[in-house]
Structure formats: C-alpha cells, structure tokens
Design a protein around this ligand. Structure first.
Ligand SMILES: [Zn+2]
Length: 507
C-alpha cells in the first residue's frame, strides 16, 4: 500500500502546534479566552434568557436533523478506515478531527502530541501441527512479545476463562504451553479484561497466550495485553471462537494438540495527537470535557469502536455551536489517540493537565455508543437527581429516569476517574452485530445504524448543554485515595500504581 504522507504542519500549523504551550500558561490563557469570547460570533454574544426547556428542545432538534454526522461517517470510515495510533492513517484521522471541529465552527482547535508505541505486525499465525495440519486465522494481540522468526512449537492446554483459580488448578501443566483462554464473565467474577488473564497465564509460566471469544460464531479479535501500553512478557494471538471450540474439544477428548505460534511485531515510537476543541464559556474556570477515542485497530474500519463515539462527539460539537448560545461553562471536546494501545491519549492528557484537573466539573467519555438508554455517574451520587430530571425532560427518547451511580474501568474516563475528576456517563445499548464486530475484521461501516447515532448525539448534546449551563452543578472532585477506596468497595481491585488496574468491567 503506498504510504500517504500526512501533512501535519499544514493541518495544525506552527501557530496551532505551539498553541497548547501558550494555553498552558494560565494568564495568557485567560486573556486569550476573553479575547475569543469578544470576537467569536459563532458562539453568540448574548447570554441565554430563554428557559432551558426551549434550549434543550432546540439542541435536540438540531442534532437529530443535521446531515453532519452522516457526512463525517463517510469521510472517517470509508475515507480513512483503520486508524491505529501513530500510523499514517491515524494521523490522517487526526487531521480530519481538527478539520471537523473547525468546519463545525468550534472557536478553538488545537492538537497535543502524544508519544505512542505504534504497533506494527509483520506476521501473526497459528498453525495447527498435531493432530492435523491446519493454518488458522489469527490476529496479533498488541504489546505482546514476539516469537523467534521460526515461531514456537507448543503444546496447547485449555485455560478455561483464565481466572486465577482455573490457572492455579492446572499447576505445572501450564509450563511452556500455549494456554487457550475464552473471554466472558466467569461465574463469581466480574468481566476479566484480557490483560488480566494474560498476566495470570504469563505469571504461571505459559509460553504463549491464545485468546478467543466465547461464542463459536464470533471472529478473532485484537486488543492490548497490557493496560498501560508497556510490553508484555509472552507472545499472544487472538483466534476465532470456532477454532477455539475445535481445539478445546480435541483437548477434552484427550488428544495431544500442538501448534506453531508465530508473532513478529514491533513497537515503534511515534507521535500521535489528542485533538482538542473548545467553546469558551462565560465561566472559563469551569470545564465540561467530552471525549471519544479516535484510534482503532487495523483489522477493519473501526466503525463501532469507536466510530460511534467519535461521530457523536463531532455532531455534539457541531450542534452546540450551531444553536448559537454561549455556555456558562467551557465545553471542551477531545478526540483522544491511543486508547486501544492502553489509554495512552487520555493518560497523557491527565498527566499534562494535572494542575488544572480541578477545573473539569464533569468528564463524559463516549466509547462504543448505541441507542441511548439513560445516564449514569461514577462515584457522584450528588449529580443523580439532575441527570434523572434531564432523562425525564427528554421524554421522546424513553430514557431510564433512574440514573445509575456505577464505576467501571478500561476506557478513556479511567485516568480521569482515578485522578478524582467527576465522571458522568451516557448509558446506551449496542446491537449484537456491533458488539460482536468490535476489534475484529467485521467492524465496518455497515454495522452502523446512523439513526441510533443521531439519537445518541441528540441526547449527549442535551446532556452537555445541561452540564454546561446549570447554575449549580452538583459534582465534586475526589481525592485519588478516596476513589480507590470506593472502587474497592464496589469490588473493583486497584493494586499497585492507581493507573494500573487489573480486572474491572465494562458495561
Ligand atoms: Zn473503544
């Protein structure tokens, strides 16, 4: 494939590349924001005096009828497609994000560089050697160790769902084997992230990790084996549910199963970007941050994961500019990079802006967004009445009037949550087709239902507008130790450094 050369200089320009440096200086930032407030007609110069119901109705109407989301879906998914962080396609997607925010009329658009270990796969194969010869389709799991060039010839053992109990029960039999693990929710456990089972298996002495979905009809899936983008100790491949079921049956029948595992891949340091866009509020010291990761895996178009969240984010930005009122709080939109490799963009954002995190009054993360069903918050019971009220106001969407206060991990809200930033969630229902396609070669534009995306955009736009305009927003920043304690009480283990959390769940 000819390499398309991204022209980041013309995209972000020296002015915008240097922009974040300037904007990190509070005094200059305040003056700039004031200047922009006085000079940007797109955001409106008049405070709203119409009732909030009227504003919400207008926001919902605009988001529901705009052609913007469908246009951008075609540009992002058909136009660029796979966009792993740090690759030329990843950079093209970042250019498109910046251009999209500008086209939407968002006054401030800039990029913040993030160094990522670009995941480059040269070879990922699983060859069955015994009892018969067969070349199974396999995908590389990111950040896993490479094998020697000729691969590793290994006996396979079934590790069930990879819980610590199951792996311990296998004892020495795990040594130097390829351990097959099925994802899912083991009995008595929360959903185990693949990184958690990978770690269990590697620690037990396995030579390779084979990961498969529980359903025989599901495809091989990619994913990272470490949660923070660090290199893992053993090779790892994703295989299809069908191949996993076959190997597992052979093992149950007492057959010896041997495979050749080959994984040749590099982690190449590369520069990717978080693309940030901002509608300055009348109280610029308070920020509502909405984020969605822009990066995807290389297997398909990243339509569900995370074209859905990205398109909703872009449509919301467009809508909130278009409706013409200036928010009370600053609305900040971030297309994060490197989520798939280990939340690298959001981690970098939290590190870079640690001193100003207190200004973020709410963070809303959009990762795999389906039909909107309601709202939620993480460790923020005080905000639930406001969210319930909003759910009832948005009567046409049939939202659950009872918001949930429930924390989970493993997406871009995680670094914010662990740093004590209030996190608010959109709850949504993904169609089986979208969920099943996630991280696989089925994740194409055809699994999307633009109508659902547009309804989600309308609900998120209303949520963002409510959060950005309500006089008193009852969220509060938490101490990181308090967050860890609450998570622990909820059965989510945080051990070691607070940003490295095995286990946990995803709704
Ligand atoms: Zn995602």
């Amino acid at each position: 494939m000819p390499e398309r050369k991204p022209d980041l200089d013309s995209l972000f320009g020296a002015r915008l590349q240097g922009y974040h440096v300037i904007m990190n200086q509070p005094a200059i930032r305040a003056v700039l924001v004031l200047f922009l407030l006085l000079t940007v007609p797109a955001v409106g110069l008049h405070a709203a005096d119409e009732p909030v119901e009227g504003q919400l109705a207008r926001v919902v109407g605009l988001a529901s009828t705009s052609p913007f989301l469908r246009e951008r879906a075609s540009m992002l998914l058909d136009g660029i497609g796979p966009r792993p962080a740090g690759t030329p396609n990843g950079l093209h997607a970042e250019e498109l994000a910046a251009q999209t925010f500008r086209t939407a009329g968002v006054p401030l658009v800039f990029a913040e560089p993030v160094t990522v270990p670009m995941w480059q796969v040269h070879r990922a194969t699983l060859t069955l050697v015994e009892p018969t010869e067969y070349e199974a389709s396999a995908v590389a799991l990111a950040n896993a160790a490479s094998t020697p060039p000729q691969g590793l010839l290994l006996e396979v053992i079934d590790g069930g769902q990879g819980t610590p109990e199951e792996i311990a029960a296998l004892g020495d039999a795990v040594d130097n084997r390829a351990v097959l693990v099925r994802s899912g929710v083991p009995e008595g456990h929360r959903r185990l992230h693949r990184s958690a089972t990978y770690e269990t298996v590697a620690r037990a002495g396995a030579a390779a990790f084979l990961h498969a979905p529980p359903d025989p009809a599901s495809p091989a899936r990619s994913g990272t084996v470490t949660l923070d983008g660090t290199p893992g100790p053993i090779p790892a491949l994703g295989i299809s549910g069908r191949v996993a079921a076959w190997l597992s049956r052979l093992l149950r029948e007492g057959r010896s199963v041997r495979v050749r595992v080959t994984l040749l891949a590099d982690r190449v340091p590369a520069t990717a970007h978080n693309v940030v866009a901002e509608i300055p509020g009348r109280r610029p010291e308070e920020v509502i941050l909405l984020g969605a990761h822009l990066d995807s895996w290389d297997l398909a178009q990243g339509a569900g994961d995370n074209g859905t969240g990205t398109l909703v984010l872009w449509q919301v930005a467009r809508t909130l500019v278009e409706q013409g009122l200036r928010p009370l709080r600053t609305l900040r939109f971030v297309s994060f990079t490197g989520e798939e490799l280990g939340l690298l963009g959001s981690r970098s954002y939290v590190e870079r802006h640690r001193e100003e995190l207190g200004s973020i009054r709410a963070m809303v993360n959009l990762d795999m967004v389906g039909e909107p069903t309601g709202f939620g918050a993480m460790l923020q019971p005080g905000v639930l009445p406001l969210l319930g009220h909003l759910a009832r106001r948005l009567a046409g969407f049939g939202l659950d009037p009872e918001p949930l206060d429930r924390a989970w991990l493993h997406s871009d809200h995680q670094p914010f949550l662990l740093a004590g930033v209030p996190v608010i969630t959109l709850r949504s229902r993904l169609r089986e087709e979208v969920r099943d396609a996630c991280h696989s070669d089925r994740d194409t534009i055809d699994v999307l239902d633009p109508g659902r995306q547009q309804r989600a955009a309308a609900v998120v736009a209303a949520l963002a507008w409510q959060l950005a305009t309500v006089e008193e927003l009852p969220t509060r920043s938490l101490e990181p130790a308090e967050v860890v304690r609450h998570l622990h009480d909820a059965g989510i283990t945080v051990d070691g450094p607070v940003d490295r959390v095995p286990g946990g769940r995803r709704e």
